[in-house]
Design a protein around this ligand. Structure first.
Ligand code: ADP
Length: 600
């Protein structure tokens, strides 16, 4: 298959979501959690109020202490104790309410993360095959989970905290400037520098973080491919090559992580230095003011305490800018997937076709994946109790025909009908109940054999599961396993042979008793003798059903009522086996090639 995969990160460019639009959507999701929002915002104002009270109390305490030292007054002594207790109370309250608003923010963020994960997963279930086959699945999973975390982190760290910080910095600035303009400006002078440094460092960290994320996703891909192809790796004794490949990708992540450490440490020392310089200036100029009597020692202490208190939220500015930037980028990409319309849509008022007989008709059907015509003017009719065989060289379009019937893709022109009704007018669920495609690549879930067979109908009776496995020649094998039907099938069924996996997936389809059943080269990994047995059993199971057998092996479909020989997406020959042999063209050439040598 020649498909070009789009990296998930490219979605950003296609996203119609602007940053502000993204924030509005995230905020709308957040304000749904009314209780958390209400208590969170109340807690913010209370916590900020107590936090701003602390420097005033410290100033008062220092002032009283200096009075005690100079005057030794008993009454003032009691005030110091009162201030001490008030300080204790203010600090505890500040701690309590800060904890409360952080808790509320975290809770909203976690809920939004949960909501987005579900919405995203649900969307992936609905998006068309054309979408899935055009995008890297590993990328889709890793990056999307990180993006969901990005949005959740934005809510957890920036949502409520932004209100807190603006209130605290704004009110704090007003209070110190009002108290003494010169000293106020000096004590706030570190804010623009620290703000600028933390924002710049955070943005640098963010871009390096994105690169790191990309490298991590490469590491995941290498590991995933290695695990999937472990047999190939071992048989070609390529372990050392694989380790070197992983090591070089892993080193790149180490270098990026080192860069991040450099940015962080340089930044921390610059910020601390600027803060200490401002503090020195406040002490110097403030000290002179105390000496010449324009302010008292308590006021100087208040300025110093305000500086310490404002330092923390200002330092957090960088973190907030990062959370905002990551929130916009992550949210934009996520929403662009969530807003995507599935190509295959169910019409309003679509018909429920559960009771159909299963007369399938292709009327002049053409189809192309990306512009190119893969199928050209295909017409045939398949009735219950009849079998259509489709044969042709690889890439001729056989599987594509199979995928059009349950509407994995829609025909570009012509129409496909069941009992005379266009499948585009049918409810998708009922169509997919009616039609079952047994794929060549038989995927099994990490679950018991029973659950795998009953996947389409978890309420199936045990006897139905047994019958389905008898029909597919798996029963004797299963009951000889230690846990019988409860035996777990390993990741992608590694503990079963290819043929056994194929037989289980056939059992999974026939259990649903679909009216139309399509076997897409589904016995290719089974030896000829087992295939013969399965065919006899299936003849019984598919007796009143419409069946289509796609195979490159003529022995699988020679018995079909009508055989279509496909080449380059067109039906080149059609008819039953005897007729096609008598024509002496492509089908009979294939027969000569495949069957004759074995008979002779
Ligand atoms: P067959 O089953 O006969 O081997 P297919 O129906 O799988 O053939 O493929 C027919 C043609 O369509 C091939 O050229 C193949 O590369 C192309 N094709 C199949 N699936 C896709 C897809 N998802 N996207 C793009 N091209 C595809």
């Amino acid at each position: 298959m020649s498909t070009k995969k789009i990296p998930y990160s490219k979605l950003k460019a296609e996203s119609p979501n602007t940053a502000s639009g993204t924030y509005v959507r995230i905020i709308k999701m957040g304000i749904k959690y009314k209780v958390q929002m209400f208590f969170g915002i109340i807690a913010i104002f209370i916590a900020a109020g107590f936090q701003l009270w602390i420097p005033i109390l410290i100033g008062d305490a220092v002032e009283k202490i200096s009075e005690i030292v100079s005057e030794s007054d008993d009454a003032t002594n009691r005030s110091v104790t009162t201030i001490g207790l008030l300080l204790l109370f203010a600090s505890s309250m500040r701690g309590l309410f800060t904890g409360l608003y952080n808790y509320m923010g975290e809770s909203i963020g976690q809920h939004i993360g949960y909501e987005l994960r579900l919405l995203y997963y649900e969307k992936l279930q609905r998006l068309s095959f054309s979408y899935h086959s055009n995008i890297h699945s590993g990328d889709l999973i890793t990056r999307a989970l990180l993006d969901i975390e990005g949005v959740s982190m934005f809510v957890r760290t920036a949502f409520l905290r932004t209100i807190f910080m603006f209130f605290l910095i704004g009110t704090g600035t007003y209070m110190v400037i009002k108290a003494d303009l010169v000293l106020g400006l000096i004590s706030l002078s570190f804010i623009p520098f620290v703000g600028w440094r933390s924002i710049e460092a955070r943005l640098k960290l963010r871009s390096s973080w994105y690169k790191l994320q990309e490298k991590m996703s490469i590491l995941t891909k290498i590991m995933d491919e290695n695990m999937g192809g472990i047999r190939v790796v071992r048989s070609f004794f390529s372990q050392n090559y694989e380790i070197r490949k992983f090591d070089s990708a892993s080193k790149e992540t180490l270098y990026l992580a080192n860069d991040q450490v450099d940015i962080k440490s340089i930044n921390i020392s610059m910020i601390s230095t600027s803060f200490l310089i401002s503090m020195g200036l406040v002490l110097w100029i403030g000290g002179l003011k105390v000496i010449n009597g324009s302010i008292n020692i308590g006021e100087l202490a208040t300025f110093l305490a305000f500086m310490s208190i404002l330092q923390q939220p200002v330092r957090m500015l960088g973190m907030m800018v990062n959370a905002f930037a990551r929130g916009a980028a992550s949210g934009g990409r996520l929403f662009s997937v969530l807003d995507m319309e599935a190509e295959i849509q169910e019409k309003k008022g679509a018909i429920n076709l559960t009771k159909a007989k299963g007369i399938l008709k292709f009327n002049n059907v053409s189809f192309g994946y990306e512009g190119e015509r893969t199928l050209k003017n295909i017409s045939f009719e398949a009735k219950p109790g009849h079998t259509i065989g489709i044969v042709g060289p690889p890439g001729s379009g056989k599987s594509t025909i199979a995928h059009l019937i349950p509407r994995f893709y829609d025909a570009t022109s012509g129409e496909i009908t069941i009992d005379g009704i266009n499948i585009k007018d049918v409810q998708l669920d009922s169509l997919r109940h009616l039609v079952s495609v047994v794929e060549q690549d038989s995927f099994l879930f990490t679950a018991s054999i029973e659950h795998n067979v009953a996947y389409g109908n978890p309420w199936a009776e045990d006897t139905d599961v047994e019958i389905a496995s008898k029909n597919t020649q798996m029963y004797n094998y299963i009951i000889n396993l230690p846990d019988k039907f409860n035996t777990m099938v390993g990741e992608r069924g590694v503990s079963l042979s290819g043929g056994q996996r194929q037989r289980l997936s056939i059992a999974r389809s026939i259990l649903l008793r679909p009216k139309i059943i399509v076997f897409d080269d589904s016995t290719s990994a089974v030896d000829a003798a087992t295939e013969q047995k399965i065919r006899i059993a299936l003849k019984e199971a598919t007796k009143n059903r419409t069946s289509i057998i796609i195979s490159h092996r003529l022995s699988s479909l020679m018995h079909a009522d009508e055989i279509l020989f496909i080449e380059s997406g067109e039906i080149q020959e059609r008819g039953n086996h005897e007729y096609l042999i008598s024509k002496g063209k492509k089908y009979s050439e294939l027969y000569e090639l495949q069957i004759r040598p074995k008979i002779n």
